[in-house]
Design a protein around this ligand. Structure first.
Ligand code: NAD
Length: 337
């Protein structure tokens, strides 16, 4: 009998409601830079939809946003197709999740390759940008967009103070693609919001949205007046062949004149956990916001071998920090007890 059952109808209705809500919030966050929900509330919507899809795979809706990256860019900027798609990252939230991630990596590797080292970076809370350098000269900056097509924001990115516009040591590299995060440091964000308040302008929900909003200004002089910074975290085209690991790639980027964030190489889940916890301890002292750590298989050849799974690499994951609101609630409870 091919007639849908009552239960199928109910599940489909639930899925439709979640899809509509997620689409609406994606638009507010990625296109308008003006989120309505807290990230943890939004993540809950996604998790609810994912659970339904896992339980009822035959009811998955063709326009489900579960495997979607970001959102379709605004049309005000020239659209650019990425040479290499810009994906998202999977998430883990605790020690067990992080161990399972490493186990899944191991399962895909040969015996000799297993228990490979990981490199850990701060998960910078800004927005991903792809930069192109031709023979050492900065030529283009593009947002992630929906992962395939982004917006050309070259004129705005050019105004970022710590961005090298000319790489002396890359003059012999035909095309270099560097990716990283554009962010607004906390102090600059607070100053910007204070000024906006004083002149009755719209304030930003958080530094990430302020950075995103600044990069989408049509007038580059506005972006130039915003305190933005660029932190490089990968080389996606043009990396010299002698460089075999992610940590060496970041050291190379630093030698070229890019700012990179703290990096640590770890050998097992225990070492990863210790570093993760030590970063949580000092998180507040950092000049910018981070929402977790990123764990990456350090060996670039193994990254290539592991490849991608729909919207995320198999060789990396985000190890998210507990949501701050939850921590506050826990503290309140402890305090009340
Ligand atoms: P993500 O931010 O969780 O992870 C992928 C991104 O991490 C990359 O694109 C890159 O920009 C960034 N990143 C930072 N440091 C990095 C490093 N060292 N190496 C590699 N990448 C690094 O995924 P996403 O798909 O960009 O967005 C999901 C996030 O957006 C979630 O936190 C979600 O809660 C939030 N969101 C919120 C709403 C809302 O309504 N509040 C709506 C949509 C999305």
């Amino acid at each position: 009998d091919s007639k849908p059952s009552l239960i199928d109808d109910t599940i489909t209705t639930q899925m439709r409601t979640l899809i509509d809500a997620i689409k609406k919030h994606n638009y507010a966050y990625y296109v308008l830079d003006n989120p309505i929900l807290e990230d943890s509330e939004y993540d809950q919507l996604r998790r609810s939809l994912l659970e339904l899809e896992e339980q009822y795979p035959e009811l998955v809706q063709p326009d489900s946003p579960i495997n979607q990256v970001g959102d379709v860019p605004l049309s005000a900027f020239t659209q650019v197709t990425h040479d290499v798609p810009m994906l998202s990252l999977g998430n883990v939230f605790d020690y067990d999740g992080m161990r399972s991630f490493m186990r899944r990596v191991n399962e895909r590797l040969s015996e000799a390759q297993r228990n490979t080292e990981y490199e850990m970076e701060l998960k910078l809370d800004g927005l991903a940008v792809s930069l192109k350098y031709q023979r050492g000269q900065f030529v283009q900056a593009v947002t992630r967009g929906d992962g395939q097509i982004g917006e050309d924001i070259t004129q705005n990115v050019k105004t970022i103070r710590n961005l090298p516009l000319w790489l002396t040591d890359a003059a012999d590299i035909e095309q270099l693609e560097v990716r990283g995060e554009v962010l607004m440091p906390k102090a600059g964000f607070e100053r910007l919001n204070r000024l906006a308040q004083e002149s009755d302008d719209k304030t930003f929900a958080n530094p990430r949205n302020a950075a995103a909003g600044s990069l989408r200004q049509l007038d580059p002089s506005v972006a130039a007046s915003r305190p933005l910074a660029f932190y490089a975290y990968s080389v996606n085209q043009g990396l010299p062949e002698a460089i075999k690991t992610q940590s060496a790639a970041l050291a190379w980027l630093q030698d070229m004149g890019f700012t990179v964030s703290a990096v640590k190489v770890v050998n097992n889940p225990r070492e990863a956990q210790a570093y993760y916890e030590s970063v949580i301890e000092t998180r507040d002292e950092l000049p910018f916001e981070i929402d977790g750590m990123v764990l990456k298989v350090n060996n670039l050849a193994l990254q290539q071998q592991l490849g991608y799974l729909s919207r995320e690499p198999r060789w990396a994951t985000a190890y998210k920090f507990p949501a701050e609101t939850v921590m506050t609630r826990l503290n309140d409870i402890e305090w009340q007890v």
